[in-house]
Design a protein around this ligand. Structure first.
Ligand SMILES: [Zn+2]
Length: 232
């Protein structure tokens, strides 16, 4: 009985460890993971997830008005639904990243599913006319062993974020802006949930203030792959 108890405890501990590992924004087993870049230069990257969506044109207009380039992590199925939306992001000079085809939690998936989720999406991104570098962001920040292994074998960098202002102040544009401007450091990767419907309105409202506040603090905005190139 005692042995069974110890075995159960070990199993639970291993399970908890795997859960923590699958969620970590700063560590993965293979190929590394970037949540922020080590640099002395005051550069930051703005990132948006789950593109393209019906709200994407509004975000593109806000970015154009401020003269800022950003990175949009695209869901393959969303590109299929709205190829013109994806093409518009690319045509505006932003970076398109891979956020899987169907936005699954990429944990305990077969190698076939992993390859298909990544490759279908990369093909759709190219089909949208985007020619630049493509990085990968796991849905929900979730990955375990198979996904990092596959991405490393394909030479695709995994990118998360170090600043997610709306986590703490959902729906409060003023607080989202304040938190982002105060929290950004050289090399920060900022995740803003600005592409959904009404639930993302506060992020869209905060966006111009975040950009102006960070510019006033001496920051310039780069695309994710440009930020990776800044690594010391
Ligand atoms: Zn997502």
């Amino acid at each position: 009985m005692k042995k069974a108890g110890i075995a159960l405890a070990a199993l639970l501990l291993a399970g908890y460890g795997a859960y923590r590992l699958s969620k970590s924004r700063t560590f993965q087993l293979f190929g590394g993971l970037t949540s922020r870049v080590e640099t002395d230069r005051r550069v930051v990257a703005l990132t948006f997830d789950d593109a393209p969506t019906p709200a994407t044109p509004a975000v593109l207009e806000l970015l154009a008005a401020e003269g800022v380039k950003a990175t949009f992590y695209c869901i393959g199925a969303n590109i299929e639904k709205d190829p013109a939306g994806a093409a518009r992001i690319a045509a505006a000079g932003h970076e398109l990243g891979n956020h899987t085809y169907s936005h699954l939690r990429m944990v305990f998936k077969t190698p076939y599913t992993i390859a298909s989720e990544v490759e279908r999406t990369s093909a759709l991104i190219r089909g949208a006319g985007y020619k630049g570098p493509v990085t990968f962001r796991p849905p929900y920040g979730k990955k375990l062993v198979g996904l990092p292994y596959y991405l490393r074998s394909r030479g695709i960098p995994t990118v998360t974020w170090d600043l997610e202002p709306d986590t703490y102040f959902p729906g409060d544009a003023a607080k989202i802006e304040e938190y982002a401007v105060a929290g950004a450091r050289p090399g920060s990767i900022i995740l803003l949930h600005a592409l959904c419907g009404d639930a993302c309105a506060a992020d869209r409202a905060a966006l111009p203030g975040i950009i102006r506040g960070l510019k006033a603090a001496g920051f310039t905005f780069v695309r994710v792959s440009g930020l990776l190139a800044e690594e010391k």
